[in-house]
Design a protein around this ligand. Structure first.
Ligand code: PXP
Length: 237
């Protein structure tokens, strides 16, 4: 299971003071040195985290893989086509949310998402849909030719009992199996941390996890190198 690091929180910290420190691009380059397999950023319509300068520099400088999370809106799709990340992960986006709150409803947005995929594929960019571990949503995503899905792991991460956690893990396992049968790549993320990742690694078919909050928060205490290496160890990379 590969590990991509989401560096949005570093940009958020920089933006709080309206200055240029800490720089998410420098942070991403260090993270690569310490062993992550890719860098994830979410270019939001309100630019609350990263901005175009960050995105263009990341594109130029990182050597692993750039996964751009974004809403399927024209302005951002155009930027993605110019910047050419290896992967675009389409997510639902609400201005008032603190973070992405749930998966895309592919079934209710077939037309918008098909158009977005077509445009991104025309620019040779692979596409992933951030969705719940739901067979109907996965089938709809495959139908309109997504390359990957990213399974939303929020319900797993926020489960209040062990029983709920293992039920959700089983749901994710079945969804992953189904998506793989359809030929899709399978990533996963949201709320994964140093505690809940261990049981999660039992789902061996998952290609990659995307983690932000837990690793950035831990790096404040122990430094980025240790925070990354601890996570890599848990992922058995
Ligand atoms: N994947 C997606 C699509 C997300 O929106 C987020 C949150 O930015 C993550 C993964 C990472 O979540 P977390 O910061 O909780 O690790």
């Amino acid at each position: 299971m590969k590990f991509s690091l989401n560096v949005d929180h570093v940009a958020y910290l920089r933006n709080v003071r309206g200055e240029d420190n800490p720089d998410p691009v420098t942070f991403a380059l260090l993270a690569e040195e310490f062993g992550v397999d890719g860098i994830v950023v979410h270019l939001r319509e309100d630019r609350r985290h990263i901005n175009e300068r960050d995105l263009r520099l990341l594109r130029e400088l990182i050597k692993t893989k750039l996964d751009l999370e974004m809403a399927a809106v024209d302005e951002i799709i155009q930027i993605a086509c110019e910047v050419q990340p290896e992967l675009v992960t389409l997510v639902p986006e609400k201005r008032e949310e603190l973070t992405t709150e749930g998966g895309l409803n592919v079934l209710d947005n077939i037309e918008i998402l098909s158009d977005a995929i077509e445009t991104l594929h025309d620019s040779n960019i692979a596409v992933s849909f951030f969705i719940e571990p739901d067979i109907g949503q996965i089938d709809a995503a495959a139908e309109i030719k997504t390359d990957f899905i990213e399974i939303h792991t929020g319900v797993y991460a926020n489960a209040e009992t062990e029983e709920d956690m293992f039920d959700e893990l089983e749901r994710i396992r079945q969804a992953t199996k189904h998506a793989k049968k359809l030929g899709l790549g399978v990533n996963a993320g949201h709320g994964l941390n140093y505690q809940n990742i261990k049981d999660f690694t039992a789902i061996q078919d998952i290609d990659e996890v995307s983690i932000g909050q837990a690793v950035i928060a831990r790096s404040v205490f122990v430094g980025l190198e240790k925070a990354i290496k601890e996570m890599l160890h848990l992922l058995k990379i």
